[in-house]
Design a protein. Sequence first.
Lengths: 178, 241
Amino acid sequence: MVAALLGPDARDAQRAARSLYRSYGPELYGFAVRRLQDPGLAEEVVQDVFTRAWRSAERYRAERGSVRTWLYTIARSLVLDAERRRGRRPPPPPADAPADAVEPTEPIEMALLRYQVQLALSRLTPEHRQVIELVHFRGLTLSEAAELTGLALGTIKSRLHYASHSLRLALEELEVIR
Amino acid sequence: MTDCPQVSQLLAAHAFGLLEGDERDLVQAHLAKCPACRQAFDRLRTLPPLLDLAGGVEGRIPAPPPLLEASILAALPFAHRSRSRWRSSGQRLRRRAPARLRRAAAVAGLVALGAVLALVLPQLSGGPRPSGRLVLRASHLEPDARAVAVLRPHPWGTEVDLHVGHLAPTRGAQVYELWFVSPRGRLSAGTFTVGPSGRAEVTLAAGAHPGQYVSIGITLEPDGLHPARLGPNVLHARMST
């Protein structure tokens, strides 16, 4: 994909850029918004990520890291720049912002990891998210989760098994774990 | 291991610390003697601490605005990347010709290029112009509307890749129409309709050449069969000079 950006054919390069954006743009935007709490600034950051990636595509080396890692490295740097320009003070969060969304003093590496785990969770089916929420975040036992959902205990165990494997896969796709 | 299938179904529950009594004993005894299941368990054991970071499953992941993709693509100068400058290092020529030959080849190349451009692009004053990218501003009629236009000059006129969003859906015979506007009049580049999504990506064209027109605009025409500048202005952008 990155190699096609460098090709002599403008249409191939455009297709590659579109594909690159569709693969990574939305998640980069999500990270930028979460961190900056400013959709307009996040748009600028994502635009700059792709412009910078375009300009430095010839320096990308697959053996040094994945495309996602490369783009996140650029994004991290641009988000930090944006924070510095703004004086590290995010605007007041919107009234409907999730409570965990604003951690302005959190190191950016931690913020990125937190975001990627949330992103992985968002990729699970509602049933898989539910079982993880019940047993992990609400601290229910398997029996309590079965009773609350009206499902058989065996079904809850099986659902947790598949939910865990789906979550691992999502985290692997996002390169959080290998 | 004969009890691997049964235990493997319980590994996730064990990783979350949810097993009790006989089941927990069964899994622990099995893990002590089965490297494959132990490896699988170790992989699952990484999940709870990562989930603690997330803090919950309710966090919404913000989606980018629909026009961000168009805006990013429009900002990348696809047609103007110098092939030599952007060639990857692996493709660089390892051996270079002597400087005298390179200069001669460059002069010959420039002469040939100039001749070709003079033939096919007479209106571009000797060289290809950059593709123009315009962000159109909404009128009070549809204040939420957004549009990005990428203008590509050709020998026959101008091609426009238009990406619009948050436009009111067209109804009945209504169409939106894109115009090139000059002090002396307007030239239509074509019409398009918009569905319930409010978005459209179209390529339109007109026999308009750079420098002849000062702005582009989009109107909402009441009758697609007779789009005769009757409709109000919806979006507008001045061309950079």
